[in-house]
Design a protein around this ligand. Structure first.
Ligand SMILES: [Zn+2]
Length: 270
């Protein structure tokens, strides 16, 4: 009798764990992607920015806070619910640049596009409390990462690929999760190894990646998202070939995210 009860409790716990696990599939870039972007950014901070950063978070690494804005989605007091919309924008596919920028600027309310400059302004503002500036810093680290995950600049009808069922090898998942986590995990690097592998661009390449505008960065993600949608029909079994097709672009997005985050931090912490 007792044994049966234990088996039943264990089963219930297992089901609960599985349900919680599924809930996390909507997380952005997975933990590794966000940490790579944060760690690359940290490598490119100016001495002035490093000094300011030290005043805010001491010796802590940026990577440590890169996923915090996703973790607070589980806060049962719901005090962060207003930030859930900050992680993405949804726009129709295959837009020309001018049209895209027009629609991006016309999106109502707070979103990924409005909150990157908003967090920069708060981080920069020394009249605010340290606590408020630290929170702005954590969001800035995370949101610049999200901006470079193409499906965070995806389409409204499928919620950035969340509603498109796919198979990653044998595992049933969705297109958004493949870009958040599966492709990155497939590389089998720790975040520090991945940072070392990617962060090798010379000064000219770094400058070229950093000099373009926030709207340019969004449009690059939009264009990559168009390609991702084209090459990922629903219910596909995606595996080695998919990785081969997109690996260069995945790596490029992580590097760009890191270098551009450094640019914004150097600006805000100057
Ligand atoms: Zn996010």
């Amino acid at each position: 009798m007792m044994k049966k009860l234990f088996v039943r409790i264990r089963f219930t716990l297992l089901m609960l764990l599985m349900i919680c696990g599924l809930g996390q599939s909507a997380f952005s870039w997975g933990v590794t992607g966000h940490r790579v972007i944060a760690a690359i950014a940290q490598n490119h901070l100016s001495p002035k920015a490093l000094l300011e950063l030290h005043k805010l978070i001491g010796k802590e690494n940026l990577a440590m806070w890169a996923n915090w804005p996703d973790f607070i989605k589980s806060d049962t007091t719901h005090s962060w619910d207003n930030t859930f919309k900050w992680h993405y924008v949804d726009l129709p596919g295959n837009l020309e640049k001018d049209e895209f920028v027009k629609e991006l600027k016309a999106l109502p309310g707070e979103n990924l596009y409005t909150q990157i400059p908003a967090m920069m302004a708060q981080l920069k503002d020394k009249s605010l409390t340290k606590e408020k500036r630290v929170i702005a810093l954590r969001f800035l680290i995370h949101l610049v990462g999200d901006l470079h995950q193409p499906l965070h600049v995806g389409r409204p009808e499928d919620q950035g690929g969340n509603k498109i069922t796919e198979y990653w090898f044998d595992k049933k998942t969705n297109l958004h999760s493949i870009w958040d986590s599966e492709l990155i995990n497939f590389q089998q690097y720790s975040y520090t190894e991945y940072t070392q592998v990617l962060d090798i661009a010379g000064p000219e390449k770094v400058a070229a990646i950093q000099k373009t505008s926030l709207e340019d960065w969004f449009y690059e993600s939009h264009q990559l998202a168009d390609k991702v949608y084209d090459l990922s029909p629903a219910e596909s079994r995606l595996s080695y070939k998919y990785n081969y097709i997109f690996q260069d672009e995945l790596d490029a997005q992580l590097l760009k995210g890191g270098l551009r985050l450094a640019k914004l931090l150097n600006e805000a912490l100057s």
